[in-house]
Design a protein around this ligand. Structure first.
Ligand code: SME
Length: 162
């Protein structure tokens, strides 16, 4: 079982002291990938000017590949497309038990079987998403949703203050 209390404290420590947003995303990707069991990819897609440390602008309509750990992945995902784009458009976490049953799932890795995507929100807009994949069906549940959402709430503050 993932110890989300411990992971939250470690993520917070990595993000303290006005860390540049990209450095925070990179270290949190590494932390999650290294400490979550049966995970094949962990990282961030960033919307538009999130890259420039500012809240996303209204015209942002796509997610761009950001810091991650795992195999190379697709670079651009329009809002509304795939699991990541759906979470970004809805501004809600999406948990997919079986990617083959999610219409429009974007298969960066053919071995991926389940996925969780948590949006990052600042100023009422989606500035990016945290995406975690697994080669095991039904890998992600309520504890993962709660734990990862708490880390994302902390990250939203870090990146908007940095
Ligand atoms: N499967 C995602 C694409 C990103 S990769 O999983 C890293 C999706 O459907 O949005």
């Amino acid at each position: 079982m993932t110890d989300y209390k411990e992971l939250f404290e470690q993520a917070k420590a990595l993000c303290e002291g006005g860390v540049w947003s990209i450095s925070a995303y990179a270290n949190v990707s590494s932390l999650l990938f290294g400490n979550m069991e049966r995970v094949s990819w962990a990282g961030f897609y960033l919307a538009g000017s999130a890259v420039d440390k500012a809240p996303a602008q209204p015209e942002n309509d796509r997610l761009l590949l950001g810091p991650f750990c795992g195999k190379p992945a697709c670079i651009v995902i329009p809002f509304g497309k795939g699991v990541c784009g759906t979470a970004a458009a809805k501004k809600e976490t999406v948990v997919v038990e079986d990617v083959e049953c999610f219409p429009g799932h974007i298969a960066c890795d053919p071995d991926s079987r389940s996925e969780i995507v948590v949006p990052l929100i600042a100023g009422g807009r989606c500035i990016g998403v945290l995406d975690i994949d697994s080669n095991e069906k039904g890998r992600f549940g309520e504890a993962d949703r709660e734990g990862l959402e708490a880390i994302c709430r902390m990250l939203e503050k870090t990146v908007s203050e940095s």
